[in-house]
Ligand binder design. Sequence first.
Ligand code: NAP
Length: 302
Amino acid sequence: MKEFDTIIIGAGTAGLTAAIYAQRAGLRCVVLEGTLYGGQITNTPDVENYPALEKVSGFDFAMSLYNQATSFGAVVEMEEVTGVSLEGETKTVKTPSEEYQAKTVILANGAKRRKLGVPGEEEFSGKGVSYCATCDGAFYRGRDVAIVGGGNTALEDALYLADNCKTVHLVHRRDSFRASQVVVDSVLRRENIVVHYDSAVQSILGDTQVKTVVLENKKTGETQDLAVDGVFVAVGMVPDNAMFAPVQLDETGYIVAQEDCKTNVPGVFVAGDTRTKFLRQLVTAAADGAVAATQAANFLRI
Ligand code: NAP
């Protein structure tokens, strides 16, 4: 069993920023991460909207944040959290190999990629179906691919794929995008991106690899087969917070908290995409990390 002042769950932008603020406030903290440190931003080719950083790759941003947090003494353990006990004065967080205890916990576990839930998606996952264009896009150089979604992730991924692929079919279920206008304009200017509005993926077909994506036009009901070698899914995120009961969740599974990052459980704070919030961006994740760690420090002083 290891004891800390605060346990931070998740080493994305929110969690690592919380670690910087916690260490600088004199708290001994551990950050627990089940996959890769850096979180979602590691999948973003270019970050252009973080103040004072005109352009940086998501990977470099994550590396720099990790180095900054560990330089202040934060301990980052690559261990998946398998259980928690958050009530009472001492909180316990379990991983397969260790048990951690602290008087405060910061939940910064982010959210997971949403699946489409159509026939063929599961079967061809890793055989043409991908959830990460920056990880897998290079495999499709000179080939035809589809990307599904209408948010910033899908449109930025479409631009990234368009640099390498012959044709990128952008499939969106409505006739307008929710991505930033500057990104929408860039997509519409690209000659090798074909936009399929009002279109839903009906199924993904192939043999050992993806060969076809079947689209249904939601207005006309017509179906269309697109010959593609890859299908990238970028239809948003879903939270994964059931484990944290009795922490209160909203009806969609996000942890209920205001800008003070306090949950309904004393000593338990929340930062980043995993909480209810208006804007899920790097800058708001970082801001949450700072707030949550400062709240944890204040909680321990009282
Ligand atoms: P998002 O903004 O929630 O967009 C998800 C998109 O997928 C929406 O267009 C949605 O359609 C569509 N969708 C959802 N479920 C679907 C389904 N079952 N079938 C087909 N389409 C479906 O998610 P995101 O793009 O991953 O972005 C997540 C957050 O990160 C956002 O706040 C975003 O702004 C932010 N982000 C920012 C940047 C940046 O600033 N550089 C980059 C990436 C992400 P509808 O539009 O019809 O709902």
